[in-house]
Every structure is written in C-alpha cells, then in structure tokens.
Design a binder for this molecule. Structure first.
Ligand SMILES: NC(=O)c1ccc[n+]([C@@H]2O[C@H](COP(=O)([O-])OP(=O)(O)OC[C@H]3O[C@@H](n4cnc5c(N)ncnc54)[C@H](OP(=O)(O)O)[C@@H]3O)[C@@H](O)[C@H]2O)c1
Length: 261
C-alpha cells in the first residue's frame, strides 16, 4: 500500500496540501492508495474526505498526546505501507509578550511545532522508500528572532534547522526533505488563533499576507523539485535573503515598525 500522510489536515495549508496532492496524484498517475489525514477535528476531516478522489483515512488525533503516536506507530507496523510523502503541517502560534501567553500555550507550541513534527518524521522514516519526500512546514519566522512571536519563531527555527540537516543525512538514501517557509497566510485558521489571548494586539496588521492556494501550489512544486528550502512567494524569498545578510538587531528593528502597519 502506498500512502501520503498529512498532519494538520483539517484546515488551512494541511487541508490544501491534501486537496492538491489528491488532484496531482490522479493527473500524474502516482498510484497513491490512501491519503492519511491527521488533526483533532474529526468532523472537518470527514468533510474534507468528501472532496477527494483518493481514498482518505481520517485520523482524529491530538499530536501533543503521546498516545496518538502509539496509535500511528501501531498502524504503520500492522499495515506496513510505503509512505511516499509525509507533510508535517500541524502547528500553532500565539502572539504576545512576557506574561501574556499562558504556560499551557507555550508548551503546546513547543510540543506541536517541534516535538510532534520530529516524532512523526522519525515514525514514518522506516517506511519511506528511495525517492520519497518529507515536508516540514516551517515559516519565515524561522529566519530571525521575532519579538511578540518569540516562542513560535524559535520553535520554527528549530524545525527549519532540523529539516536542513536531515535533508543532508538522508541524501544518500534518495529521500528529500523540504522546509517550507511561508510568510503570513491570511485565509487559514492560524492568524485568528494566534491573536486570541492577552497579547493578540501586539501585532496590528499583516501586510503582504498571501493565500493558502498560492502558497501550497508553489510549495508542492518545490517539493516535487526536491528543493531543501521552499519560500513560496516573493515576500518569503526577500525575507530569507535579508535575514541572511542583515544583523538580527536590524531585522528586529524593522519588525518593530512592520508589526504596527
Ligand atoms: N498562516 C500563516 O500565517 C502561517 C505562516 C507560516 C507558517 N505557518 C504554519 O503552517 C502550518 C499550518 O498552519 P495554517 O496556517 O494552515 O493554520 P490552521 O488553519 O490553524 O491549521 C493548523 C492545523 O494544525 C492542526 N492542529 C492544531 N493543533 C493540533 C494538535 N494538537 N494535534 C493535531 N493537529 C493539530 C489543526 O487541526 P485541529 O485544530 O483540528 O487539530 C489544523 O489542521 C503551521 O505549522 C503554521 O505554523 C502558517
């Protein structure tokens, strides 16, 4: 059995990855037997299932819970699928300064954005064949320190570094790893959820925000080309270059202006 596994499949970028890969797999004849979609909202996964041509296995799981990984690992062990692609899109962020983000939310950001992505990647790795692909949804927030998005940006920097080094480690096995680094995406659940809480007003505007369809179309192209880093849009590309050339202090000063726009 050949499968694609997508976390965060109930909404936003994860759901759009599922739709796009479903369409492409039919058009390109990838012979995908099943797409497995993971998120907590079983109802949203069931709604997505109705849109697809490829058989879809909805797995309503909370990836901050160790029991969820026991179940995924047991399924992999018993069905022994070939994981043709894994997309780790499950993630969350919270905006706020010191004392404005609860300990619970801080822990959830680290657990989901870092630990769950690494644990899922390790769980599926033995099942990924030569030619397979790993996709880690990072962010342009991984390119520099971000005041008032501090822990979120640090968690994405972790995932970005992990992805870059893993792509080298797996080169000899013919498995590619792509770190997808979008800038703000305005039509997913992310910004609304990130603003909920005491510090939500610390970022007033989201100028130049892009849309999920455009981001995923470009990201999938980059993944298929086996690029180690995907900056799906001109703003992400400029941001990556600027953060490489300019000191962190300057980039944070610039951010101080942008977050009030
Ligand atoms: N939107 C942006 O501006 C932006 C920019 C750069 C990077 N990103 C990254 O893109 C990824 C996707 O975000 P999005 O913009 O598509 O936001 P989204 O619409 O809020 O999607 C987040 C997904 O993660 C799932 N999720 C959240 N907590 C989970 C948990 N504990 N266990 C399992 N699944 C969980 C959600 O499903 P349930 O709630 O059903 O569990 C949902 O499917 C994230 O990693 C985010 O950091 C987003």
């Amino acid at each position: 059995m050949r499968i694609i596994l997508v976390t965060g499949a109930s909404s936003g970028l994860g759901a759009e990855f599922v739709r796009r890969l479903d369409r492409l797999s039919i058009i390109e004849g990838w012979e995908i037997d099943e797409i497995w979609g993971i998120a907590r909202s079983g109802d949203k996964l069931a709604a997505l299932q109705k849109e697809l041509h490829t058989p879809f296995r909805p797995l309503a799981l909370d990836l901050t819970q160790e029991a969820s990984f026991h179940l995924v690992k047991a399924m992999l062990h018993s069905l022994h699928p070939e994981v043709w692609m894994v997309v780790n899109a499950a993630g969350m962020g919270k905006i706020g300064g010191p004392g404005e983000i609860s300990d619970q939310d801080t822990a959830r950001m680290i657990d989901l954005n870092c630990k769950a992505a690494v644990e899922m990647t390790s769980a599926v790795l033995p099942y990924i064949p030569r030619g397979g692909r790993i996709v880690e949804i990072c962010s342009t927030a991984s390119f520099q320190p971000f005041p008032y998005l501090n822990v979120y940006a640090a968690s994405k920097a972790f995932l970005y570094r992990y992805s870059r080094a893993l792509s080298r480690e797996l080169r000899g096995r013919g498995i590619s790893v792509t770190a997808v680094c979008p800038y703000w995406v305005k039509d997913t659940g992310f910004i609304g959820n990130a603003r909920q809480g005491d510090g939500g007003d610390k970022i007033r505007g989201f100028p130049f925000a892009s849309e999920e369809k455009t981001v995923v179309r470009k990201a999938v192209q980059d993944v298929l080309m086996r690029k180690p880093v995907s900056t799906p849009g001109p703003v992400c590309t400029v941001h990556r270059a600027a953060a490489k050339l300019l000191p962190d202090g300057f980039m944070m000063d610039l951010w101080e202006l942008i977050r009030w726009l």
